[in-house]
Design a protein around this ligand. Structure first.
Ligand SMILES: O=C(O)C(=O)C[C@H](O)[C@H](O)CO
Ligand SMILES: [Mg+2]
Length: 393
């Protein structure tokens, strides 16, 4: 079965999500000479028009190739693109096409992705909630909302308590962050995991002060405490704190990931299948982390195709700790796009056994939501925060 057509499709709707980046989705549709269709997804955040164009370029490396040779097809583009290790746009395009090829392979064989990858290690995947704290500003807001989330059965919650602070945090910012975290901890009790999202925005000294203030609330991890590329900052943070560090959502390849692992900068790795290199590299990265005794918590913040493939991969690896989940805080259209949903029950998602990545896309809705690949609007609140939280009180 050969690749006949690769179509990037930008989806958008006026319905707001929990975050600006979540208002758009980039889907890739791959059609074969046998008339089969597979789906993948790429990252939109402030890159919609660039990723759309990159997909057109990367697709050229796949046209006419045999679907079944996923590793070889991946390597074909790895061979071609001199700047792949430096291009987020190329990496996410390659990842999206790779996901669609695995989807097709599963559909051709009538097997779910988990079977192609060696079978389920677990029948249900534990997930944590993100996106739940839209518009939360005061400790009281966080406390009330956190209780609702736990009421839905979630056993883990992630949130960013730092408001509009960036690079540097002062005493007032530390106090506000602590009050918010304390409010959540008191509201959910000791047995629910809380995860502190820093969005990679502090210098090392600020991040260290934060860790010292917040460690008593027993967070499962501190996510991206310093800027992604701040290697010296990570080293300093590691040598001055006792907390667990999670990072990895911006990693765009196997060897870049090896660097962070070998340097001992991370305890819980968060690769994103839609930019680390699809299923092909996502699986390798998880195994490499396993050899370093590092656990996996896949980053899973974008759309329903990413969610489906992340559940499949999370079901097969032995070193999964927990999977990110926005499903209950997606705008409705993202849930509707896929006919067979993956609801969260008791903090877990049942692993679907449908062929491929396990989604049946509503093609009519896909056409209705199709939008032009235009740049996203930029406001004072950065696109990467959960909406309405870039504020102090
Ligand atoms: O879900 C997370 O961990 C995030 O950090 C969400 C990000 O803001 C999002 O991935 C930006 O693209
Ligand atoms: Mg993050």
């Amino acid at each position: 079965m050969k690749i006949q057509e690769i179509t990037p499709i930008v989806l958008s709707s006026k319905e707001k999500g929990a975050a600006t980046w979540a208002s758009t989705m980039i889907v890739v549709k791959v059609e074969t000479t046998d008339g089969m269709v597979g789906y993948g997804e790429a990252v939109p955040t402030l890159r919609v028009s660039q990723v759309f164009s990159a997909l057109k370029q990367v697709s050229k490396g796949f046209m006419g190739q045999e679907v079944e040779r996923v590793e070889r097809n991946y390597h074909r583009w790895y061979t071609q693109d001199f700047y792949l290790s430096r291009s987020f746009e190329s990496a996410t395009s390659l990842s999206a096409i790779d996901i669609a090829l695995w989807d097709l392979l599963g559909k051709e064989l009538g097997a779910p992705l988990n079977k192609l990858l060696g079978g389920k290690f677990r029948d249900e995947v534990p997930v944590y909630a993100n996106g739940w704290y839209k518009d939360c500003v005061t400790p009281q807001d966080f406390s009330v909302r956190a209780k609702e989330v736990v009421g839905k059965g979630y056993k883990g919650l992630k949130f960013d308590p730092f408001g509009a602070y960036f690079d540097w945090i002062d005493e007032r910012g530390l106090k506000q962050a602590e009050e918010r975290v304390k409010a959540v901890r008191e509201s959910v009790g000791d047995e629910v995991e809380i995860m502190i999202e820093h969005h990679g925005r502090f210098n090392a000294n600020s991040a260290i002060s934060i860790a010292k203030r917040l460690e008593k609330y027993n967070p499962l991890f501190m996510e991206e405490p310093v800027h992604h590329e701040d290697i010296e900052g990570y080293r300093k943070y590691r040598s001055h704190t006792q907390v667990r560090v999670a990072m990895g959502e911006r990693l765009i390849g196997l060897k870049e990931t090896l660097f962070y692992l070998r340097e001992g900068l991370v305890d819980i790795l968060q690769p994103d299948i839609t930019n680390v290199g699809g299923v092909t590299v996502g699986r390798k990265v998880a195994s490499m982390a396993e050899a370093f005794d590092v656990e996996i918590a896949f980053h899973n913040a974008f759309g329903s195709i990413q969610n489906a493939v992340s559940i499949q991969l999370a079901s097969v690896i032995p070193n999964l700790v927990i999977l990110e989940n926005f499903y209950d805080w997606f705008p409705k259209w993202k849930r509707d796009l896929v006919r067979n949903g993956t609801p969260v029950e008791n903090g877990r998602v049942k692993v679907p056994d449908r062929p491929g990545i396990g989604v049946e896309v509503d093609e009519e809705l896909l056409e209705e939501l199709r939008a032009d690949p235009v740049p996203l609007e930029v406001s004072d609140e950065p696109v990467w925060v959960v909406g309405g939280t870039w504020r102090g009180y």
